[in-house]
Write a protein that binds this ligand. Structure first.
Ligand code: SF4
Length: 373
């Protein structure tokens, strides 16, 4: 499964039962606007029927998509299928949290055509889960994984977070091993960032929480990459691992390779040709604008050829596949700088690509600057 050449459809379901302490995604901890949001997102689909015809991936993200009841989810998917064409074999992902995920709910989700589940496990240590402000515990997470398998999901992704004070390297190893024992098809391991405005960021400002520092961040990253690769997973993007090429996340790969995507819902981003636009970050404003027949777009930009090329290079260097060696930004410097980066063990040149090594992925954000400066 590759990134596919057809666009991907993302739907942002901006509701959570409570707000996790580290989260800076747009979501509200109340379900009161859910009926109005559902109507609004259906209206938004209508705005794009002509501009986007066919997709080969759908991603229901959030927020917490599983706050949707059976009728609501069925209605949303029905409207999406009426508005657009999904090519047979499309990857259909739904994010889910372990709590409130009953066997019945999972079966319903599967029966509605969702064929990939992305479960927000985050940790298998209860103290860490509490620190993160998650509403589930480790047992619920493991039970949810088993229940998802029993419901027929053959493509399960697990999201984990590392790199915060209460998590030692030893505990992180145990978490990885317990997840590996389950054998998910995909694992995402995100480095904790204390994003401005979050509860943890406020605690940091008050001196109650400390970042772990660059040295420990590197230690977590390298250990994670080595450990998961040793168990047969492909480290194919900075934070992402797949149990085989057929389990690379087709939808997310579109974001990294400039394949068009349409994002619906508050705060969702879209990209087509050289154009990028993003929606308002307020569910009330989103619903109001659509009720008035207006597009809920906050802002947009047209990228120049130069910006597109630079972005392509930056995105490519975050993936093991790499960036084109003959990209103009890279080729102007390729003699000296690339040789230096190779000597430093940060990249290798293979099949006409500049590919980051494990060490290179660790500093993926800086690589384009090193190459283009
Ligand atoms: S991390 Fe997920 S579940 Fe937690 S508040 Fe953010 S979107 Fe909601």
């Amino acid at each position: 499964m590759n990134s596919g050449q057809l666009p991907g459809l993302y739907i942002h379901i901006p509701f959570c039962r409570s707000k996790c302490r580290y989260c800076d995604f747009y979501s509200v901890a109340s379900l009161s606007a859910l009926p109005a949001w559902l109507e609004a997102v259906r209206a938004e689909m209508g705005l794009y029927r002509d501009r986007f015809r066919e997709f080969d991936s759908l991603y229901l993200g959030g927020g917490t998509p599983t706050v949707l009841g059976e009728r609501e989810l069925a209605g949303l998917l029905e409207c999406a299928r009426e508005s657009f064409v999904f090519r047979p074999g499309s990857e259909m992902t739904m994010e889910a949290n372990p709590d409130g995920l009953s066997a019945d709910k999972l079966k319903t989700v599967r029966d509605l055509g969702i064929n990939r589940l992305s479960l927000g496990v985050q940790s298998l240590d209860d103290a860490v889960l509490q620190y993160l402000g998650r509403t589930h515990n480790a047992k619920q997470a493991l039970d949810a994984l088993e229940a998802a398998r029993a419901a027929g999901f053959a493509n399960i992704g697990v999201d984990l977070i590392y790199g915060m004070e209460p998590l030692s390297l030893g505990t992180w190893n145990q978490t990885m091993d317990r997840i590996l024992a389950f054998g998910p098809e995909h694992i995402s391991c995100y480095q904790m960032t204390l994003a401005k405005g979050t509860a943890l960021w406020k605690m940091k400002e008050a001196g109650r929480v400390r970042p772990i520092g660059e040295k420990m961040e590197s230690a977590f990253f390298i250990r994670t990459s080595r450990h998961l690769e040793r168990h047969g997973y492909l480290h194919y993007e900075v934070s992402n691992f797949a149990a085989g090429r057929e389990f690379l996340c087709r939808h997310n790969r579109k974001y990294w390779s400039h394949v068009p995507y349409l994002g619906l819902g508050p705060s969702a981003h879209s990209f087509q040709a050289a154009s990028r636009w993003w929606n308002v970050r307020s569910v009330d404003k989103y619903c109001r604008l659509l009720a008035e027949g207006k597009a809920p777009v906050e802002s947009s930009e047209i990228l120049s050829q130069e910006q597109l090329a630079l972005e392509k290079l930056s995105l490519g260097l975050r993936t093991s596949e790499g960036a084109d060696l003959d990209a103009p930004e890279a080729s102007s410097k390729k003699g000296g700088v690339l040789a230096e980066l190779q000597r430093a063990g940060l990249v290798r040149i293979r099949d006409g690509k500049i590919q980051p090594t494990r060490k290179g992925l660790l500093v993926a954000d800086s690589l384009p600057l090193m190459i283009c400066d």
